[in-house]
Design a protein around this ligand. Structure first.
Ligand code: FAD
Length: 394
């Protein structure tokens, strides 16, 4: 009989992997398990928050993936039995597999900040999963009076989309500058350094002088607790009461990974960097944000690259072969203002059991370049989104 591969999670990693598996070996029986009929993408969702884009432009369906031969099951997976090689679905039915791929993305750690829970997130939105939360943050910004304070709290590493909080600060500041110029934005950070830091800080000075303030870990930026009743963020150094509080909490692998025995005590999934097979759960592969991919950041670009490597490795393993050592690429674009793009890129390969940077292969956008260079990078960002979403869902 044809080998069976079940993929849990129809986001950037899982949908890419299901598609790639069918393309590599059309005989494989591939099932994609995803409860939502429509996927709402996070990349470019900061533009929705800033009022520069509609949420509909972020949304994609699964028809083309089904047309490509994968079976799409609109259910959540509720459990994995690694010994029996079965996945249980929300409706009580189960699916057997020869190889299982997990790409469940992140869960927000509702236990990580005192006073923070799901109810608090409906008052102090994270907007770190796109959809309702994105629109809620947008609505709060629209409702805020000119002269209000917006606070973004950014978590320690590792977390989904390392440049994301800083791009968000830029685009919210752009909205404030054009519509509510007396307002202020503070980033409370649990880190002392962040992705594309110099480029972001230069952009804050150039575009939003006096409006954006970054408070590092050493300066007391780490948020320990929140009070949703008063919209207050509490640090060791004092309290910040915001008109709009965007609390991006610490994260971990989506919980199905724990049910599968694939998470370690960090809350993330250790993997073999050649095959993405879990170090603790045999025949189960973990890709995307949920896995610990060494030097690779948690991005949609990475999830897609890992998905293709993982699909090829699974096809090879199922036919009795030995997967070749891969090279993977990531690029993360950010917009510091409309038409002003910056990027960070890297190339990665397995080294000493983890995915390591290929020395000298990556880098960030140069600091001193003419404005046309930034405009071109903003165009590349847009082209990247169009290309990746067409490859995954189109
Ligand atoms: P996801 O894409 O989140 O997919 C996970 C899927 O699994 C979801 O559809 C979920 O419903 C499903 N799922 C979870 N549990 C189960 C279950 N038990 N059963 C069935 N299905 C389940 N990345 C970039 O490359 N470029 C960017 O510019 C960029 N910008 C970003 C901006 C923001 C504001 C944010 C928050 C993120 C951004 N990212 C960006 C990061 C990117 O969104 C993630 O890295 C990417 O989505 C990870 O893919 P994934 O497959 O791991 O998870």
């Amino acid at each position: 009989a044809a080998a069976r591969v079940v993929v849990i999670g129809g986001g950037f990693g899982g949908a890419s992997c299901a598609r790639a598996l069918k393309q590599i070996d059309p005989k494989l029986q591939v099932t994609l398990v995803e409860p939502n009929k429509t996927f709402t993408a996070c990349p470019f969702s900061n533009n929705v928050i800033a009022g520069l884009r509609s949420i509909e432009q972020q949304q994609f369906g699964y028809d083309k993936i089904a047309a490509g031969g994968a079976t799409v099951v609109a259910q959540a997976a509720t459990g994995v039995d690694g010994a029996a090689r079965t996945v249980t679905l929300a409706d009580g039915t189960s699916l057997g597999y020869d190889r299982l791929v997990l790409s469940p993305g992140v869960d927000l750690r509702y236990d990580a900040l005192q006073g923070y829970d799901e109810a608090a997130a409906s008052k102090m939105p994270h907007a770190w999963k796109a959809g309702e939360q994105t629109l809620l943050l947008r609505k709060q910004l629209e409702a805020m009076e000119d002269g209000g304070l917006v606070v973004i709290s950014a978590p320690a590493n590792p977390f989904r989309c390392p440049p994301g909080p800083y791009e968000r600060a830029c685009l919210i500041a752009h909205y404030l500058k054009t519509k509510k110029p007396r307002s202020k934005l503070i980033i409370l950070d649990a880190k002392d350094t962040f992705s594309k830091q110099r480029l972001f800080q230069n952009a804050w000075k150039e575009f939003y002088p006096g409006m954006v303030e970054w408070v590092s870990l050493s300066q007391g930026g780490k948020v320990n607790a929140v009070d949703p009743a008063t919209n207050t963020l509490i640090t060791d150094f004092g309290n910040h009461t915001a008109q709009v509080a965007n609390v991006i909490p610490p994260q971990r692998a989506g919980r199905i990974a724990t049910s599968a025995g694939a998470t370690d005590n960090t809350g993330w999934c250790a993997i073999d960097p050649v095959t993405f097979e879990s170090k603790s759960a045999p025949n189960i592969h973990v890709i995307g944000d949920a896995c610990l991919a060494g030097a690779m950041p948690k991005s949609a670009f990475s999830a897609n690259a890992q998905a293709k490597v993982c699909a090829a490795a699974i096809a090879t393993l199922l036919s009795g072969g030995t997967p070749a050592s891969p090279k993977l690429i990531n690029t993360c674009y950010s917009l510091a203002a409309p038409g002003y793009g910056i990027s960070v890129a890297g190339v990665y390969q397995p080294k000493n059991g983890v995915l390591a940077d290929v020395e000298g292969a990556g880098g960030v956008s140069p600091a001193d370049v003419p404005r046309e260079f930034r405009a071109r990078e903003a165009d590349y960002a847009q082209s990247w989104f169009t290309t990746i979403t067409a490859e995954v869902f189109g």
